[in-house]
Design a binder for this molecule. Structure first.
Ligand SMILES: Nc1ncnc2c1ncn2[C@@H]1O[C@H](COP(=O)(O)OP(=O)(O)OP(=O)(O)O)[C@@H](O)[C@H]1O
Ligand SMILES: [Mg+2]
Length: 353
């Protein structure tokens, strides 16, 4: 609408300009005719008048072009050059108010948005690299120190076994970290296609719970299962396994001995609802806001095991297969994670984050 309006304004302005030159030329001719009789001289004077008027109009058009087009194109060029060189703090100002935006103003806004997004991605990338380096460094320095200590030939057998176990634990932690990073990377790839099949969710969930039997028993935690039988679901059992394993591992990790973990599976019309509830330490609101961020751990001292990638993975899986996850938690009381999935959902196989 605006562009049509400004194109129309330009045509009218050009028309008025030509009309003004012709009118002034006609008036000038009428006036000169009274004073000069020689037609040749009149023609020369008229030519001078028309040339002068044309020069004035050309100057006006040059100035208009310079301030409304050239300066703006130059500013856009400088900004895009700076962005291409890696300076994402560049911002351009629009020329008109929002209501009167022309194409240059829209280009300007888009460049600002692109620069802001690139800046945000750069921060995310830098944070990711620094978090990852930190998470790699800790087990690596354990490996280095214990490997050096193991060189000491005077170590007794018990200490040697202890050191070897510590080495093996650190290597396992590194492997888990790399595996999770690779899974995250795969899930963030827009091209990923998640194969779906119809499977028995009750059995898959029971299997996942059983795989935690040992740690649950070791920690003397009570386990309550309220899993409806033969609930069928069309989704990706292998990706959902990531979800159940992470929710259960968190429940075990954050629940003190004597506590209870309750796993529930319910069918609600066309959807299924799985909840993993614990009577563990719970979390405060600040932690609750960040649990799905990569590398976020509520306990910043990193005293608890893990890298803060479990729930980031869970969230991405749920987003990709099309479902919801919500958390209710109270500090010192416990936490409940609830996952809801459509029984035969099409999902967002190619959806982004
Ligand atoms: N059941 C829970 N009870 C209390 N806090 C929890 C619970 N689940 C998650 N959290 C909080 O959310 C944080 C992020 O969880 P997440 O699973 O992503 O990482 P993690 O378990 O610390 O490490 P990883 O999963 O990589 O082993 C945890 O560090 C913890 O602070
Ligand atoms: Mg976890």
């Amino acid at each position: 609408m605006n562009n049509k309006f400004s194109a129309f304004t330009r045509i009218v302005a050009f028309f008025l300009l030509v009309a003004a030159i012709v009118t002034v030329a006609v008036i000038a001719y009428g006036t000169i005719e009274n004073y000069i009789e020689n037609k040749a001289v009149i023609a020369v004077v008229m030519l001078a008048v028309v040339l002068f008027l044309s020069a004035v109009c050309t100057l006006i058009d040059y100035l208009r072009n310079r301030y409304t087009v050239k300066n703006r194109v130059d500013a856009i060029l400088d900004a895009t050059n700076a962005i291409a060189a890696g300076n994402f703090s560049v911002r351009l100002s629009t020329y008109h108010r929002l209501k009167y935006y022309d194409q240059f103003d829209y280009i300007t806004e888009n460049i600002n948005k692109m620069a802001a997004e690139l800046g945000r991605m750069e921060v995310v990338h830098t944070d990711f690299v620094s978090n990852l380096s930190h998470e790699i460094k800790t087990p690596l320095s354990v490996i280095q120190n214990y490997a050096t200590a193991l060189k000491n030939t005077s170590l007794d057998e018990k200490t040697r076994i202890e050191y070897t176990e510590t080495l093996s634990d650190a290597a396992k932690r590194l492997t888990a970290l790399v595996t999770n990073i690779l899974k995250l990377n795969k899930l963030e790839n827009q091209e990923l296609t998640i194969e779906k099949e119809t499977f028995n969710l009750s059995e898959a969930l029971t299997e996942a719970v059983l795989s935690f039997e040992d740690p649950i028993e070791r920690k003397k935690i009570e386990l309550v299962c309220d899993i409806s039988e033969n609930v069928m679901l069309t989704s990706s059992p292998s990706y959902l396994e990531i979800v159940w394993n992470n929710l259960l591992s968190n429940a075990v990790k954050f629940t003190e001995p004597g506590g209870t973990i309750t796993v529930t599976l319910k069918e609600i019309e066309k959807s299924v609802s799985v909840s993993v509830s614990d009577t563990g330490c719970g979390m405060n609101e600040e932690t609750g806001r960040h649990i799905f961020d990569k590398f976020y751990q509520g306990d910043t001292s990193h005293a608890t095991e893990g890298n803060g990638l479990g729930l980031a993975l869970v969230k991405r899986v749920i987003d990709r297969i099309g479902g919801t996850i919500c958390v209710e938690s109270k500090l010192g009381v416990g936490t409940t994670f609830t996952v809801e999935l459509q029984k035969d959902s099409e999902g967002k196989e190619h959806a982004g984050r």
